[in-house]
Design a protein. Structure first.
Length: 659
């Protein structure tokens, strides 16, 4: 029934091969873009087919073994796929959004050098992420895990001739290697620990079935889960390994949308959700996850307050929203975390692609006016809602969603996380407070972005003002589809308390994911407790927080535009610190990067130059000196060689006689 699951990752891999090997010869941009888009769209169609089959299937968990991969002693590792409600939602998310981003890229990347290379990388990225979410064991997952890391390096550094882009690609690659080391440590420790109990496996179903062999809350399971969490902080950009993600905007805007919404950054959240039974066994690890998630949500939100680059604001927004997902995982709200992963994918993809539409229009205007200016700086924008109405409307709808306005998608998912952080048996009021403050800042800086970009007086250079066009349909169509999802997508996860009020409307997300998470929550007594009145009160507080944030942004950037300058003048040190991202990159440079460079220089001068080169050069000197000494024996005269032979014979005879 599910034997053709392998087609889902196969189609984008074929697209990667065609464009990667033949794209330079094809040359036609429309053909190249169509091949890549058709490949991922085919995966989407197959994913839809299996998703709807799973809806009606009483058996919600299916493993499909493609082939045997390796056998080591009693360990048998297969190359296989796992389809259950969690992976089904993920493949729909990845293939659906990737299809829209591929379609958008056909118009956005028009005229770019290396057009075929870009689309081959996009297809490869999609293939790797699909391998990650479909893998039935940790090793197949790790192949996809490393694959998305490689593709992020290639796509972030797509403009490799630009130093900032190549540096950003390397930064993403190196930071993720730190996290990957943690993932491997966790996997090896888990494999060894279960092996000591007679279970040698890396399959997720067998790990879940045998997790009880480890001591609940013991040091071993805590170490294992903390190591896995370190891997998750790298891929999903959490403290302390978040610094690579804001720099990822150096890649083309469709890459930012793909990384920030549909693929790489969700990998860490998915991994914890996949191994929820193991993580739930360690309350200490889950508390660490919740604290790190809440701290990241709040910390990244503060940085977003003062950024002026439209993509950088969205990048820190992504880091913050990922913090909410980890907060959900930490308090045991696994379903709410995945729900927010989905809704965030809708509105964040729309926001990034919308920012790309704005940048596309600004570039067009400045190019037409023969000007060179920063098309990503919001201080150069303003009044664009009249020039780009479709982009504005779709961007506004997605901003309402991320701000938590009823009844947009972000309202349902974010509010559920905040409720669980307060009312869960593993929650705490301080976690709720941190999440609420982050929500306040999110509403403020997102509407600050909207007001600076689309409202007020147009600040674009006078020579370029009349040349800002609305983007073509190939760009605006994906925006409209994503905006619709950002607006209505949350209805699939209406909270139970609100669903009962509306006539017992079910929470479709919770019901669908129940086979994956319900057993763990029941076994470890993880649940949110509180009356309906209390939950409605907290829901009202969430709405009030969003309204205050939006109102403050309106007051500062629409009503009285002189106020921001006065506030900055009053608190210049604080503004400078926030604008410079609290100097975390500089701190890492001073603490880790520069000392590592100096150590490398010392090792190079001492070990490489003096020892390695010294040995090699010394051997060369010996050979050269020997050659100089021996060349005097090569005279070229026959009688000299004859004399040498006679002397040699005499010496040999003498030795034989005297012995």
């Amino acid at each position: 029934m599910y034997d053709n699951l392998w087609l889902i990752p196969l189609f984008p891999f074929i697209g990667f091969l065609i464009n990667g090997l033949l794209g330079k010869k094809i040359k036609n941009e429309k053909v190249i873009g169509s091949i890549a888009t058709l490949a991922i769209f085919s995966s989407f169609l197959v994913s839809c087919n299996y998703f709807f089959k799973l809806l009606d299937d009483p058996e919600k968990v299916h493993e499909v073994i493609i082939c045997s991969w390796m056998t080591v002693g009693t360990l048998q590792v297969d190359w296989g796929f796992l389809l259950d409600p969690l992976s089904a939602l993920m493949i729909m998310n990845v293939t659906g959004l990737a299809t829209l981003i591929h379609l958008y890229s056909i118009g956005y990347m028009h005229g770019e050098e290396g057009y075929y290379r870009f689309f081959s990388y996009l297809n490869l990225f999609s293939f790797a992420m699909l391998m990650l979410v479909l893998g039935n064991n940790a090793l197949v997952m790790f192949v996809g895990w490393e694959g998305v890391g490689l593709c992020s390096y290639l796509l972030i550094g797509y403009y490799f001739e630009k130093k900032s882009a190549s540096d950003a690609g390397k930064k993403a690659f190196v930071v993720n290697r730190v996290g990957d080391f943690g993932f491997l440590l966790g996997l090896f420790t888990l494999f060894w620990s279960l092996g000591n109990e007679g279970v040698w496996t890396v399959r997720f179903t067998e790990i879940s079935a045998n997790a009880h062999l480890l001591e609940n809350g013991g040091i071993v399971v805590t170490v294992i889960t903390l190591c896995f969490f370190l891997g998750a902080t790298g891929k999903s950009a959490q403290i302390p390994l978040y610094t690579w993600l804001p720099d990822a905007m150096e890649g083309p805007t469709p890459v930012s949308a793909l990384i920030h919404a549909a693929t790489m950054v969700t990998a860490g959240v998915y991994m914890i959700a996949r191994m929820n039974g193991l993580f739930a066994m360690s309350p200490d690890t889950m508390m660490v996850i919740a604290i790190v998630g809440a701290s990241t949500a709040l910390f990244a939100a503060t940085i977003g307050l003062a950024q002026n680059d439209i993509k950088r604001v969205l990048a820190y927004s992504t880091v913050s929203q990922l913090g909410y997902m980890f907060l959900a995982m930490g308090v045991g709200a696994f379903g709410a975390g995945i729900f927010h992963l989905l809704t965030h994918a809708f509105f964040k993809a729309c926001l990034f692609l919308g920012s790309g539409s704005v940048i596309h229009g600004m570039h067009h205007a400045y190019h037409h006016a023969h000007l060179d200016d920063d098309a990503q700086d919001m201080r150069n924008m303003g009044g664009l809602r009249k020039k780009m109405p479709i982009t504005f409307i779709t961007f506004l709808l997605s901003t309402l969603a991320i701000s938590g306005i009823p009844f947009f998608s972000g309202f349902f998912s974010k509010d559920e996380i905040l409720w669980w952080s307060f009312a869960s048996t593993r929650g705490h009021w301080a976690l709720w407070l941190m999440g609420a403050l982050a929500a306040l800042m999110t509403a403020f800086y997102m509407f600050r972005l909207v007001f600076m970009t689309f409202f007020g007086e147009q600040k674009t250079d006078a020579r370029a003002k009349d040349h800002i066009p609305e983007s073509p349909l190939v760009i605006t169509l994906p925006l409209m589809i994503l905006a619709a999802l950002a607006t209505f997508g949350g209805l699939m996860g209406i909270p139970h308390v609100l669903g009962n009020l509306l006539g017992h409307v079910p929470n479709m997300i919770d019901n669908f994911l129940a086979p994956v998470f319900e057993h763990t929550q029941h076994l470890h007594e993880i649940h949110a407790h509180g009356s309906a009145a209390t939950e409605f009160t907290f829901m009202g507080i969430s709405v009030g927080i969003a309204v205050v944030g939006i109102g403050t942004a309106w007051l500062l950037y629409c009503k009285n535009q002189e106020l921001p300058g006065k506030i900055v003048a009053k608190f210049p040190g604080l503004h400078r610190a926030i604008y410079n991202k609290w100097y975390i990159d500089e701190f890492y440079d001073a603490l880790i990067i520069n000392p590592t460079k100096k150590l490398g220089t010392v090792l190079w001068l001492f070990f490489d130059v003096r020892i390695v080169d010294g040995l090699v050069n010394g051997l060369g000197w010996i050979v050269r000196a020997s050659g100089r000494a021996l060349r005097y024996t090569q005279t070229g005269y026959t009688h000299n060689y004859a004399m040498s032979m006679v002397v040699g014979v005499v010496v040999i005879i003498a030795v034989c006689v005297f012995n």
